[in-house]
Design a protein around this ligand. Structure first.
Ligand code: 4AD
Ligand code: MG
Length: 449
């Protein structure tokens, strides 16, 4: 009978088949210890010289890593094993004996670019395997969060006629006799869904021609974008906070094993249970000024260096990476920064009636250097204002007129946000670079494998 490795603890005393790959092997002339993995776990298979035929033992002795095998064995309790059991081999069936598997099991990771060139194999190794398991759990948590709350899944197109987030990061593609753009965000389509279904969630890949080589940017990434009719900024912030809390809490609960493999200190993640501070852009300028001074005087080399880059962009500009890092160091949990200057935000944002120099937007900043994980806000709902914005932002009217119909036919206050799945996984797993959070990352210099 075949079982997955994760099921073995329930089959102590039985003779089972385990199908998988040799992760590692050690042993002497008389006894071999084969680490077998099948994707659901790793188990030690003990093979004594007298347990199998001489031919099988000899094959086992020379078996290379990542050889594909079917092991017939008895499941025995083993308290020292992380899964509580080990296998005592009766029969070893080798499907393919592999020699010279290129990736070594070693702690000191070689060049990450070298590994990414072999990503098709590297996904079998412990660390990437754990990160991608967390990603899978995060995506499932996102889907369940919205499903439980009655959101309708609403898929947006990938080929689009117009930009959503500014032309500088648009990927243009030939489209028969015309041209189209890969979507930067499904939001404009999400808004059509909100007017049809009340609450929708768009979830799919998005594309940005990011020329910057940072640890937070991909050219292809997945975004989850809820959009809700009659929801205003405070409600949008509530939704974002609830969603982040739900996803992180669930990952902490379901991915304990993976987070242990990743040696993740989860203390800051656990602080999602607390309320996220909500600070306006204006108030944050004051906080950052104080942090800049405090860090400069701290005597801590890293903080002093960071201090030099805080508020580099100046008042009225977007916050920089250093500002977001400082915010994370200060608050040690996700922070919501709302009401940015209208000049730095997209054309569709609604102006703050209290001060029209600012818009009713919100960014959620994750701590530990990850920075912005969510961007969103309330949408401009006035036709005349949006028409002016379209002209101001030089958006070809014929590509966006359909969107303006939403303000002609039953316009209501509404809004939503987008969360980058990879940035969220990056924060939860604590990995250095966002490219490790997706099976096949796409960046300015990488379209392979
Ligand atoms: O802040 P952004 O640009 O917002 C939008 O696209 C809105 N239209 C979303 C909405 O309101 N429905 O992007 C949203 C999030 C960011 O906070 C970040 O997490 C992620 O998308 N993101 C990226 N992730 C990886 N690589 C990139 N190049 C990213 N650009 C944005
Ligand atoms: Mg943003």
């Amino acid at each position: 009978m075949h079982y997955e490795i994760r099921e073995l603890k329930d089959h102590v005393g039985e003779i089972v088949d385990v199908r998988g790959w040799l992760y590692n092997r050690r042993g002497s002339g008389k006894i071999l210890f084969l680490q077998v993995r099948d994707g659901t776990g790793t188990v030690q298979a003990v093979m004594g010289k007298n347990d199998v035929s001489e031919a099988e033992f000899n094959i086992g002795k020379g078996l290379g890593n990542e050889s594909s095998v079917i092991v017939t064995a008895e499941v025995k309790t083993e308290p020292r094993s992380p899964i509580g059991v080990e296998l005592h081999v009766k029969k070893l069936n080798v499907l393919q004996d592999v020699k010279d598997y290129p990736i070594q099991i070693s702690e000191d990771v070689p060049n990450i670019d070298w590994l990414l060139d072999r990503r098709h194999l590297w996904v079998r190794s412990k660390v990437p395997h754990a990160i991608l398991k967390v990603r899978s759990e995060v995506v499932q948590a996102i889907r369940e969060f919205y499903y439980q709350r009655g959101f309708v899944l609403y898929d947006a197109p990938i080929f689009t006629p117009a930009s959503c987030e500014g032309v500088s990061t648009l990927f243009e593609v030939p489209y028969f006799d015309e041209k189209a753009y890969l979507t930067q965000s499904g939001q404009l389509y999400g808004e059509t869904g909100a007017m049809a279904f009340g609450k929708v969630v768009v979830f799919g890949p998005t594309f940005r021609a990011e020329k910057s080589k940072t640890r937070r940017h991909l050219t292809e990434f997945w975004m989850v974008e809820p959009e809700v009719a009659f929801l205003e900024l405070d409600g949008i912030m509530d939704l974002a906070e609830d969603q982040v809390r739900y996803v992180v809490t669930r990952a902490l609960d379901k991915c304990k094993e993976e987070l242990k493999i990743l040696e993740r200190d989860t203390s800051i993640l656990e602080r999602v249970a607390e309320r996220f501070p909500r600070v306006s852009y204006g108030e944050m300028q004051g906080v950052l000024q104080k942090l800049k001074a405090d860090f400069a005087a701290s005597g801590d080399e890293k903080l002093v260096k960071l201090s030099g880059d805080i508020l580099k962009n100046g008042l009225g500009d977007d916050l920089g990476a250093a500002d977001e890092t400082a915010v994370g160091i200060h608050y040690k949990r996700p922070v919501m920064i709302h009401r940015y200057p209208s000049e730095v935000k997209a054309f569709y944002m609604k102006r703050d009636p209290a001060d029209p120099n600012f818009v009713l937007c919100v960014d959620v900043i994750a701590p530990e250097g990850v920075g912005e994980v969510i961007g969103g806000g309330q949408r401009a709902d006035d036709l005349k204002y949006l028409e002016e914005q379209v002209i101001k932002h030089k958006i070809p009217p014929e590509t966006i007129d359909w969107y303006l119909d939403l303000r002609r036919f039953g316009s209501v206050p509404h809004g939503g946000f987008g969360m980058g799945v990879e940035r969220c996984v990056q924060w939860i797993t604590g990995c250095e670079h966002v490219r490790e959070t997706i099976p096949f990352p796409r960046t300015i210099y990488r379209t392979k494998p």
